[in-house]
Design a protein around this ligand. Structure first.
Ligand SMILES: C[S@@+](CC[C@H](N)C(=O)[O-])C[C@H]1O[C@@H](n2cnc3c(N)ncnc32)[C@H](O)[C@@H]1O
Length: 802
């Protein structure tokens, strides 16, 4: 049996228990019992039902004496006069069970669900705000580190999202009142107005009818798949992408029985800072043995979230009480040790074999065991997920050994290089191509050899194909060059001729007469530093296969085109080849709230941060433009579902059922431009000091259809200062340039957002457009209305020096 190292394993789930109507105080004893049952944490209401009743009665006596609203001279609803301020008095001992103690760190505070911060009635909104602020301040005083605030009520009669800004403002105040607290907004995945039900004692229905009128004419009763996401977007924008603000995503069967929303909704939330996943008891189904299990789409959703760098915690909601709690309370009250004799319920259950008092939790722990172990790529990228890395400039800065070590961990690249070299060598032998070496060997040069992995692969390909090579390695980094010498001595049997030089000033394999100059003489740039032997004329031959790996983010941030242009003249003009022969840069617009927040934070110390082309291993992002039409991820229990596929999961030695995998829509990634080598079309350069690089300028203008609305925070890899909102059935047009002034290379880009008006009123035609792989709207008779445009951005300050 293969044993897995801790870094191979999927991280454990952190699971808590939430009871919506927890009446008893959550004491250290309760927390201890929860731990004994294998829960990691518990929620606790901040205030008691007594406090709720107190506020209700205060409100009711106030309302009985309030006047009807009046209008002032300009017709404004005179809210202040008609809603005499009502002050909720501070909390007293009966208002809260919460008290600071040793278990506080394991608690998540929950603020009152019965308030309505966005009520159109200013009185209700004001009281709600007071209640929230009293609760936030007291929870912060007690040392509560995590607070759940129920999401905004989005519908008041015909009014939709009307008071959302008041809600957002209150959250912003909560964040500043409690400077050490993480605030989670409890939100359903989608907005279904019919299920936004008021409960007994809620303040929302007490809003006075004179304040309820249809302001925006939004239709009610319609499910909006991105309705709650819209609300979240407004809240977090108001709070300026605050680092302590995140989402608690409620997965409950109330929104759509036993179904999850469409994949585009799931992937949208996956890109957001979801730090808690509340899984309601109603989502569970029974397996054949009668135990609660989750439907496969829900399993897939959880696995997807658990793969994130900051995996959310899970809250099991309404799944039954903490076991042995009644007994513990009884024992505590009577002073009798529970170990002395069994309680009534213990006696009753001890007879039932295999009785599991927390079957939902056991199931979740089992699901945790079944999470896939990290694959090679995931291990390779561990710690780098969604991490903004300053781009390297290997041309002007000498890399450190550790950086090369990271490159060399790539599980695919070197393997594929070796295959390509072997194929080229086989071609040479089979097609009997002439070689540039007077002795008939194929001349192979690795330019930019680093610590030498491609040299090793080229030697291996030669041994494997039986085609002899004359091996050269060129590297400008003097420190890496020491390692190349060491490898040549110890691993390569001295077969490699080493040149320490910028490849652009290398004159090619140098031979005295018909013998190559030994590698020891070539420790420095052959021609500039090693004097020619008297009486022997140095001859430079051509290269047959030129191998390089100068590709960075967006295809070429190591200036591969410029570097390779500088050695092209050394390639044999008839049959010389370059590996790679060509490469392309691609892009797609993305929504990346976490990265956007990180960039914004960096902007304080570095104003160029939003225009820096970062290197990022993208993870918590959403592709705004996809090629696939969206459809629900759900399927009947037992079926893997149309877009939930299976994956053989890790288990400790035995085969467990395959874990479902959530498949997301395919992003539309388009090619910006390409470079080919050898580039035989480089214009003849004048003999002046600076050569022109104008042939490496590129420009592109690409259109990306966007079926569902969202926010474009940037282009995969390039980030924008200002997020641009994209409407449903919109289009993003990206114009990008690769610029040069012959000394450095940089990018410029601009993003335009259009709303598309279809040619006919038939909505199906609009859908057709978004399903097609070719998607230039103009050809379809659409009218484009520009709804947003970015500045023309430039990375010139971080341009790559040539
Ligand atoms: C991305 S690293 C690749 C290293 C190695 N070939 C590999 O695949 O692991 C690029 C290497 O090219 C070197 N390099 C970049 N520009 C160069 C130039 N103009 N002349 C010579 N070496 C260069 C850098 O110092 C660095 O060692």
């Amino acid at each position: 049996m293969d044993s897995l190292s801790p870094e191979d394993m999927a991280p454990p789930f952190c699971i808590g228990q939430h009871e919506p109507n927890r009446k008893l105080p959550v004491t250290p004893l309760v927390v201890q019992k929860a731990h004994e049952s294998n829960y990691d944490m518990l929620t606790t209401p901040v205030t008691t039902p007594y406090f709720h009743s107190r506020v209700l009665s205060q409100l009711s006596s106030h309302l009985s004496s309030a006047q009807a609203p009046t209008y002032d001279a300009s017709g404004t609803l005179a809210t202040t006069q008609s809603t005499l301020p009502l002050t909720i008095s501070p909390l007293s001992i009966a208002d809260t069970h919460l008290t600071p103690n040793e278990s506080t760190s394991q608690l998540i505070g929950v603020t009152s669900t019965w308030i309505d911060l966005g009520s159109p009635d200013p009185l209700i909104a004001n009281i709600s705000r007071q209640v929230l602020m009293l609760e936030v301040a007291y929870a912060a005083f007690c040392g509560i580190g995590y607070l759940l605030i129920p999401g905004p009520k989005l519908h008041h009669g015909d009014m939709h999202s009307e008071g959302l800004v008041y809600y957002a403002r209150a959250v912003q105040d909560a964040l500043s009142t409690a400077p050490y607290m993480q605030v989670h907004i409890w939100l359903r995945m989608l907005d279904n107005p019919d299920l936004e039900l008021d409960e007994m004692g809620d303040l929302a229905p007490l809003a006075r009818t004179e304040y309820l009128h249809n302001i925006d004419g939004a239709p009610s009763g319609k499910v909006d798949p991105l309705g709650t996401w819209d609300a979240w977007d407004l809240i977090r924008r108001t709070c300026k992408y605050h680092g302590r603000l995140s989402v608690d995503q409620v997965v409950s069967a109330l929104s759509l029985p036993k179904q999850l929303p469409a994949t585009f909704v799931q992937s949208r939330w996956h890109s957001e800072p979801v730090r808690l996943l509340t899984i309601d008891t109603t989502v569970f189904i029974k397996n054949q043995k009668g135990y609660p299990v989750l439907p496969k789409p829900h399993q897939a959703l959880i696995s997807k979230f658990m793969g994130l760098r900051s995996a959310p915690w899970i809250l099991l909601c309404d799944v039954g009480p903490i076991p042995n709690l009644d007994e513990a309370h009884e024992d505590n009250a009577s002073g009798v040790s529970g170990a002395d004799f069994p309680s009534l319920s213990q006696a009753a259950t001890s007879n039932k074999k295999h009785y599991d008092p927390t079957p939902h939790l056991s199931y979740m722990r089992n699901l945790q065991q079944r999470q896939s172990s990290r694959n090679a790529i995931e291990r390779f990228g561990m710690g780098y997920q969604d991490y903004l890395q300053a781009p390297l400039q290997p041309l002007t800065v000498n890399l450190e050994s550790i950086t090369y070590e990271v490159f060399e961990k790539d599980p695919i690249k070197y393997e594929w290089y070796e295959r390509a070299i072997a194929k080229a060598l086989n071609d040479w032998a089979e097609q009997k191509k002439p070689t540039s070496d007077p002795k008939g060997r194929v001349v192979v040069a690795v330019v930019g050899a680093g610590r030498g992995p491609l040299v090793t692969r080229a030697l291996r390909a030669s041994a494997q194909t039986g085609v002899e090579i004359d091996m050269w390695a060129v590297e400008k980094n003097p420190n890496a060059f020491v390692l190349l010498q060491r490898h040549n001595q110890h691993s390569w049997g001295g077969k490699v001729s080493l040149v320490q030089s910028d490849m652009r000033s290398w004159k090619g394999p140098r031979r005295d007469g018909d013998a190559p100059v030994s590698h020891l003489e070539l420790l420095q740039d052959a021609d500039s530093l090693v004097p020619d032997s008297p009486g022997v004329e140095a001859v430079h031959t051509r290269v047959d296969i030129l191998i390089s790996e100068l590709l960075g983010s967006f295809g070429d941030n190591e200036l591969s085109p410029e570097c390779l242009d500088g050695v092209t003249h050394l390639l044999n003009p008839v049959h010389g080849i370059s590996i790679p022969a060509s490469y392309s840069s691609h892009l797609t617009p993305i929504s990346a709230p976490k990265l956007h927040a990180d960039v914004m934070n960096q902007t304080y110390s570095n104003p160029a941060a939003p225009e820096t082309p970062y290197v990022v291993m993208l993870h918590a992002i959403d592709f705004i433009s996809t090629t696939q039409s969206t459809f629900p991820v759900d399927s009947p229990p037992g079926d893997t579902g149309s877009n939930v596929s299976s994956n053989r999961s890790r288990s400790s030695g035995h085969i467990s059922p395959p874990l479902p995998v959530m498949e997301l829509p395919t992003p539309l990634v388009q090619t910006a431009w390409s470079f080919s080598h050898p580039n035989r079309n480089i214009p003849a350069q004048p003999l002046s000091s600076t050569a022109s690089n104008s042939h490496n300028i590129r420009q592109t203008r690409l259109t990306f259809p966007c079926q569902n609305r969202g926010v474009c925070h940037g282009l995969a890899g390039y980030f924008e200062t200002t997020p641009l909102n994209v409407p449903d059935n919109g289009e993003i047009v990206i114009t990008m340039y690769r610029q040069t002034d012959d000394r450095k290379v940089w990018y410029e880009w601009m993003v335009e957002v259009f709303s598309l008006e279809p040619p006919s009123s038939d909505p199906r035609q609009g859908q057709e457009y978004f399903r097609q792989p070719a998607h230039q709207s103009q050809g379809h008779g659409y009218r484009r209305v520009r709804v947003g445009i970015s500045d023309l951005h430039s990375s010139i300050k971080d341009g790559c020096l040539m």
